[in-house]
Design a protein around this ligand. Structure first.
Ligand code: RP5
Length: 172
């Protein structure tokens, strides 16, 4: 990818990549340049803070944080920037992602993070949500999102038609 990244994706561990790849795929689908790296709020706090402090000057517009367990990555990022931060809770422990979800969604007043669903659906939505934020200033991107929603609606119509045939067959 040659264009300057507009979205920075941070993950607490490389073990989060299987999930966070969904964010990258969604951004790629809309042609949005991104970068993705590992940075942990507790294992590499300095790396995290220096990445976030430099992000705005490098042209990053939205940050996405994926983390599991006692996931404070999104909150730590949000503490260091006025860029919008989208959080993706990862199912990495015996608590199945509820731990990360609560850590992310329960940010105290003053430091918001936009928390998505646990796991792959949330990671995909993080990419789409970042696209929607960027589309506020881009009619071209906005048009892509309109087409995306129309395609999705058409696929539901097609599924409804296909189901009608199956039900007719099952209950004839
Ligand atoms: C969190 O701990 C990471 O975001 C990851 O979801 C979880 C486990 O990390 P590893 O032990 O796999 O590196 O900080």
């Amino acid at each position: 990818m040659n264009d300057k990244p507009l979205v920075g994706i941070l993950m607490g561990s490389d073990s989060d990549y299987d999930i966070m790849k969904e964010t990258a795929l969604a951004l790629a689908q809309f042609g949005i340049p991104f970068e993705i790296t590992v940075s942990s709020a507790h294992r590499t706090p300095e790396r995290t803070v220096s990445y976030v402090r430099e992000a705005k000057n490098r042209g990053i517009k939205v940050l996405v944080a994926g983390a599991g367990a006692a996931a404070h990555l999104a909150g730590v990022i949000a503490a260091e920037t006025t860029l919008p931060v989208i959080a993706v809770p990862i199912d990495a422990t015996a608590l199945n992602g509820i731990d990360a979800l609560l850590a992310m969604v329960q940010m105290p007043a003053g430091i918001p993070v936009a928390t998505m669903a646990i796991g792959k659906p949330g990671a995909r939505n993080a990419g789409i949500f970042a696209a929607q934020m960027l589309a506020v200033g881009s009619p071209e991107l906005s048009e892509k999102l309109v087409r995306f929603k129309a395609d999705m609606a058409r696929s539901v119509e097609a599924k409804a038609e296909a189901l009608k045939l199956r039900v007719a067959e099952d209950f004839k």
